[in-house]
Design a binder for this molecule. Structure first.
Ligand code: NAD
Length: 468
């Protein structure tokens, strides 16, 4: 089911007017998703020489005919790629039909920005401003009609490619038409008491789950299987933090062998991490996340307004994931205003997920930076150390083992050594690693590596996190 969502398993095609930045954004998206990139204009020029000269000598009709072939060949390649289509490519009905098999994003920066960029570029259709503006108006319906989503930037494209919509007030704006009916809402009980978005009123049913981690049990799953009462046409909406989206997503993966679901994350951790990427599951008596499934939400609605009621401790836990993301991406994303910070982190995670949806390539494992030590500290303290603090300390250990500066973690997260049983924590870490001693480290910010660490070094790094 996961492959039916967004651009998972499909080509990601960018359409839009000249000057929208399809080539630049396409390259960036290809880099983030580790996919091949092809610009159909560049490919055309490789085969037939400069487009301006081709237009002048052989005319637009012949250009369109050959462009159709270039696009068809690009769409026929088996490996999911990122494609930037020439500005007029969607004028062809044949191309529009072929694009139905791809995930198409309409990149639109507005006519003013497009003219500023395209004028003086020597493009045959960008010489006269009035004509350019007229053409922009005429073409826009074609792009909008072909696009599965709209975007202004590479980050927006990455979000759209996993069905993620980020906007303050987004939860309030969700209407019945967008969500479909019947709709069963699975809501964290605390969140339900604090927020009243309209979907709680128009849903066919609302099912409360215990606040936070207590929701992640098979008993809750079983109760939801019994209570939901949905048919195959139903949709499940998860409203809460990572615990709620994990359990509701797992129910969505298993109920009637899989229903579509929508995530509306209400924690910073949920918005930058947990609700994205389709890993769902519950804890068992043996440990965390031991039963689960990959099942991507059809839509993720990230609404920063929902964070207004988040307790400080939960916000700090989210900031640990933000710092982790910034270290992986090689950008101080924690310095951005909140909404941009969430956008940057969510887009980074979307890129990694698109590059390795089922964690078969190793790249998705990067997201565990610092988490091996964090889990060890949580277990070694009998789960008294909060997850966020444990992750902050885990990042410190990972940076020290990487020989990288630790100031970002120290300044933003201010972790202090915690009380834990070092032997128990070490035993948990060894169990976690299954004796392989493999860790995610950083060659430098922005360059994660998966590598082995000698036991003595790993134990010393862990020991430095524990109050002596
Ligand atoms: N699936 C994934 O890829 C993934 C990634 C990261 C974490 N997770 C999982 O997510 C879980 C942690 O999720 P979390 O950190 O988002 O928190 P959570 O869902 O456990 O919630 C934490 C607390 O915050 C409260 N809360 C949530 N939203 C609130 C709001 N807007 N206002 C006030 N209170 C609010 C909850 O009631 C709860 O008490 C862990 O089990 C973790 O393993 C999953």
């Amino acid at each position: 089911v996961v492959s039916e969502v967004g651009a998972l398993g499909k080509h990601l095609a960018l359409v839009g007017f000249m000057g929208a930045g399809k080539t630049t954004a396409g390259r960036e998206v290809a880099r983030a998703t580790h996919r091949p990139f092809l610009d159909t204009d560049e490919e055309f020029e490789r085969r037939h020489g400069p487009i301006a000269a081709f237009f002048a000598e052989r005319g637009e009709a012949e250009f369109r005919r050959l462009e159709e072939l270039v696009v068809a060949e690009a769409l026929a390649t088996p490996e999911p790629a990122v494609l930037a289509l020439g500005g007029g490519a969607v004028l062809s009905p044949v191309t529009r039909d072929r694009l139905a098999a791809a995930f198409v994003v309409h990149l639109d920066v507005g006519v003013d920005a497009a003219w500023e960029r395209a004028s003086g570029s020597g493009r045959p259709l960008a010489r006269d401003e009035a004509e350019f503006r007229e053409l922009f108006e005429a073409r826009t319906p074609f792009y909008a009609g072909a696009g599965d989503a709209e975007a202004r930037s590479a980050e927006d494209v990455l979000l759209a490619a996993l069905g993620i919509a980020l906007r303050a007030g987004g939860a309030e704006a969700l209407d019945e038409a967008a969500l479909g009916a019947p709709l069963a809402v699975v809501a964290d009980e605390r969140v339900r008491a604090l927020h009243e978005p309209p979907f709680l009123r128009f849903a066919s049913s609302v099912h409360e789950v215990p606040a936070g981690e207590a929701a992640m049990t098979l008993a809750v799953v079983e109760r939801l299987w019994t209570e939901l009462g949905l048919g195959r046409g139903g949709t499940i909406l998860a409203f809460g933090g990572g615990s709620t989206t994990d359990v509701a997503g797992f129910v969505a993966a298993t109920y009637l062998r899989g229903l579509p679901w929508v995530a509306v994350p209400t924690t910073l951790t949920g918005q930058v991490d947990a609700a994205i990427g389709g890993k769902t599951g519950v804890n068992t008596a043996e440990g965390k996340n031991l039963a689960g499934a990959f099942h991507s939400p059809r839509t993720v609605v990230i609404d920063p307004d929902l964070l207004s009621t988040l307790p400080e401790r939960e916000r700090r836990a989210g900031m640990a994931e933000v710092v982790k993301t910034g270290l992986l991406a090689g950008r101080p994303v924690w310095e951005l205003p909140e909404e941009e910070m969430i956008r940057a982190c969510a887009a980074y995670k979307a890129g990694v997920v698109l590059s390795d949806p089922y964690e078969t390539e190793g790249r998705r494992a990067w997201l565990n930076l610092g988490h091996t030590f964090a889990h060890a500290l949580e277990a070694g303290s009998g789960y008294r150390v909060p997850h966020g603090e444990a992750v902050a300390l885990g990042l410190l250990a990972a940076l020290r083992l990487s020989g990288q500066p630790t100031d970002a973690v120290e300044e933003v997260l201010r972790p202090e050594p915690v009380e834990a049983d070092l032997d128990a924590a070490w035993a948990a870490l060894r169990r976690d690693k299954k004796g392989e001693g493999v860790f995610v480290l950083l060659e430098e910010p922005g360059r994660p590596v998966v590598t082995t660490v000698p036991d003595t070094d790993a134990r010393a790094a862990l020991s430095a996190l524990v109050r002596q």
